[in-house]
Design a protein around this ligand. Structure first.
Ligand SMILES: C[S@@+](CC[C@H](N)C(=O)[O-])C[C@H]1O[C@@H](n2cnc3c(N)ncnc32)[C@H](O)[C@@H]1O
Length: 462
């Protein structure tokens, strides 16, 4: 309980004429206040005065006891012996005249009477102790010394602690192998909307990296059904002028779809696992096949967060990039997400759960990419600043922004409940999420609600 709450409680007891209770509590808090002063307050004194106080503590405790086990009488003796008040005034430029007027011996006598003799406190004694307490707290600024104590409403409940523990157990403390379900129809729709919302920023960055597509060799990793890369390149230049566009994705079905949708002589969509040990050899074979010596541009949109070893992939990609060629990476970092107002902490909790669910990818990946690129030998590393947010968006765009940012959490959390059917925590989180999801959807339509997506774009050169 914090000090102010305890003081208020004494006031209530005085009002209720419960003088002995009020006096007893006041004595206890005066003891706590002096102990704090002699422990935390010591740091504020000059070296010389601090030493004096420590010597007094040793003498009064006979070298056997420390302040933690001193009673009020002993602490008062330390203060007196070390001339603590004068030291405090010198160190903090404060005026302790009010506290000097309090008869601390009388205070100690009442304490002995109450605690040792189990006597009743009079109204006068209780009020004297209360005012002495207020004087001590004010004079020494005990409230500010107290700030390290946890505030009552910040202390998590046992249930919250338990839930965090369980979520942590199954949390991907590190990265897990990708479990991304690419053919899920909801995910397909989400990706299509995401592709539209991230379009202006992507194009701006890509235009800085390549001025035209003539004769260029381009590689897209995690290409999905090919829509994304075809759309982006078409905005940058004449896509027919590309020498080769190669897209790779781990998923059979999605690669089939890409080849059906975008069949052209200079486009190839190939099934490859970019995390496999054979990836470089597979890629080199493919390049030999297509007569590609190296790539001018490699794009890695929304893939790294799903990989267990992104560094391994970046090293391979640097090997197949032409000197002067560029890599473009779009990824996620949920810590870049911002929401306001979020009175019920819905967004905060959703993001917390999202990062704990093992199917959502590594949600704080964005911040790692600079180091990964650097370690892999890339140069000219840049972040392309952007904010994809709700400001100035239409009703439909706000809805889209909501869906691309939160649909996957609900779906992935459902998967967690299926994988851990005995876990009350995942079930509880899912139940909470169902309600919160609707509430958040409405929040996204409020004019004064602001949301910024936690996404980030990097580029680098070889
Ligand atoms: C979030 S989607 C992004 C799709 C697309 N790049 C976009 O931005 O719209 C991730 C894609 O990476 C693919 N993928 C996941 N792990 C992969 C791996 N190890 N190798 C290649 N592709 C992978 C998935 O199948 C999926 O199509």
């Amino acid at each position: 309980m914090n000090l102010q709450v305890k003081i208020d409680r004494i006031k209530n007891n005085l009002d209720a004429q419960a003088y002995t209770v009020a006096a007893g509590e006041a004595v206890k808090i005066i003891e706590i206040a002096f102990r704090k002063l002699l422990v935390d307050g010591l740091a504020l004194l000059s070296d010389k005065d601090r030493l004096k106080v420590m010597q007094a503590i040793i003498e009064i405790g006979k070298g056997e006891k420390g302040v933690e086990s001193f009673g009020l009488g002993q602490m008062l003796a330390v203060l007196r012996k070390s001339k603590f008040n004068d030291a405090w005034e010198a160190a903090t430029s404060s005026d302790l005249s009010a506290i000097k007027m309090i008869n601390l011996d009388a205070l100690n006598e009442i304490r002995i009477k109450l605690t040792h003799d189990a006597a009743e406190a009079s109204k006068f004694e209780a009020e004297f102790l209360f005012h002495a307490l207020e004087g001590v707290i004010q004079a020494f600024g005990i409230m500010s010394l107290e700030k390290q104590e946890p505030v009552a409403n910040k202390v998590p409940t046992p249930a919250e602690i338990e839930q965090k523990k369980v979520l942590k157990e199954v949390k991907q403390a590190d990265r897990v192998k990708n479990t991304y379900d690419v053919v899920d129809r909801k995910e397909k729709r989400r990706l299509a909307v995401q592709k539209n919302l991230t379009r202006p920023q992507d194009i701006k960055a890509l235009q800085e990296l390549v001025s035209n597509l003539d004769g260029k060799n381009i590689l897209d990793i995690g290409c999905n059904n090919g829509d994304y890369i075809i759309d982006r390149l078409s905005a940058v230049g004449d896509i027919d002028a590309v020498a080769n566009l190669i897209g790779v994705d781990i998923d059979d079905q999605i690669i089939r779809e890409a080849n059906e949708k975008h069949a052209r002589e200079n486009f190839s969509f190939i099934k490859l696992d970019s995390e496999s040990n054979d990836f470089l050899d597979d890629l080199l074979d493919l390049m030999e096949d297509k007569n590609v010596e190296g790539f001018d541009l490699i794009t890695v949109p929304m893939l790294l967060l799903h990989l267990k070893k992104p560094y391994k992939l970046l090293r391979v990609l640097r090997k197949v990039l032409n000197a002067g060629g560029s890599i473009f990476i779009r990824d996620m970092d949920d810590r870049l997400a911002m929401a306001h107002p979020d009175e019920n902490n819905i967004v905060e909790r959703m993001l917390e759960i999202s990062s704990a669910v093992e199917f959502t990818g590594f949600r704080e990946n964005g911040r790692q990419i600079y180091s990964l690129l650097k370690k892999s030998g890339f140069n000219d590393i840049k972040i392309h600043p952007e904010s994809i947010n709700t400001i100035g968006r239409s009703h439909d765009d706000r809805e889209a922004l909501f869906h691309i940012n939160f649909d996957y959490v609900l779906g992935d959390l459902r998967l967690a409940t299926e994988k851990y059917p005995d876990s009350a925590e995942w079930a509880g989180a899912y139940e909470w999420m169902l309600d919160a999801y609707e509430e958040l959807e409405e929040l996204f339509q409020r004019d004064d609600f602001f949301y910024q997506m936690g996404t980030i774009v990097y580029s680098a050169k070889k």
